[in-house]
Design a protein around this ligand. Structure first.
Ligand code: HEC
Ligand code: HEC
Length: 214
């Protein structure tokens, strides 16, 4: 009996230290390493996309990513990687090369959780016409209401992106360059006839309205 106790008293802790602890330590180190990698990537993305992913207008327009649906972000990152979406600012988004699927999904989740106030700075006088287009479409031009897919508050859902708070200049560029930049991806096709049917001033109006939404 006494001997058994000694065996348990000595061997069990040893087994615990020898087998369990290094595993735990390795797992902890792995998780810490991963979190450091994720934080570094997030910092890298927000260098361009603005603190808290709010977007930024400098020489280039950096789109807002905050509050964006993870599915839409992942679709775009994959489209940039596969070349079915072209970056109109040149090679900038080729910088997502080397980011694996797990990291892409983790980054998308982080941006989805952010909610800074909108960047603003759009001409306010256009917003009223923009709201009307957003909520009612343009029946004469066969343009459906944007709210049908993008949500009543432009909050987005799944593959339909959030548009609320997006930078004025970015939304106009996205719509005006649709064919040239996003002709390739299957998930982009649904927007093609809609973007094509909007005049420049209608794009500006709807972009102004969206830029004010929180
Ligand atoms: C050097 C600046 C820069 C860096 C760094 C950068 N981006 Fe971008 N990103 C842009 C620009 C500019 C666009 C607009 C698209 C274009 O270039 O045509 C964009 C577009 C996007 C889009 C599409 C947005 C939309 O509304 O369709 C996503 C998603 C995105 N970036 C995610 C990321 C992530 C995640 C990172 C970090 C791994 C990152 N970006 C790093 C500049 C950058
Ligand atoms: C039938 C559904 C549908 C309707 C209606 C619709 N959209 Fe879209 N929209 C989408 C989808 C899906 C995407 C994402 C496409 C992709 O993944 O490339 C998108 C993307 C966009 C983008 C690009 C967002 C970004 O961050 O780059 C803009 C801008 C946009 N839509 C504006 C509008 C406007 C303005 C209207 C109304 C005039 C409208 N949409 C109506 C489905 C729709």
């Amino acid at each position: 009996m006494a001997r058994q106790h000694i065996v348990f008293a000595v061997l069990l802790p040893l087994a615990f230290l020898g087998l369990v602890c290094p595993g735990v330590v390795r797992a902890d180190a792995g998780a810490a390493h991963y979190m450091r990698g994720l934080r570094a990537k997030l910092e890298y993305c927000t260098d361009c996309h603005g603190s808290s992913g709010r977007g930024y207008r400098g020489f280039y327009v950096m789109p807002r990513l905050a509050g964006q649906t993870p599915e839409y972000i992942e679709n775009q990152l994959r489209a940039f990687l596969e070349g079915t979406r072209q970056s109109h600012t040149g090679m900038i988004m080729s910088r997502v090369h080397g980011i694996g699927p797990a990291m892409r999904s983790a980054l998308a989740d982080r941006f989805a959780d952010l909610n800074p106030r909108p960047y603003g700075r759009a001409p306010g006088r256009l917003a009223e016409r923009g709201k009307q287009i957003y909520e009612e479409g343009i029946p004469d031009a066969n343009v459906p209401a944007c709210s049908v897919c993008h949500g009543p508050e432009a909050e987005g859902q799944g593959p339909n992106p959030r548009l609320a708070g997006q930078l004025y200049a970015y939304t106009i560029e996205a719509l005006a360059n649709w064919d040239r930049e996003r002709g390739g991806a299957a998930h982009s096709k649904v927007m093609q006839p809609i973007a094509q049917s909007l005049s420049r001033s209608e794009m500006e109006a709807v972009a102004a309205y969206l830029s004010t939404l929180n």
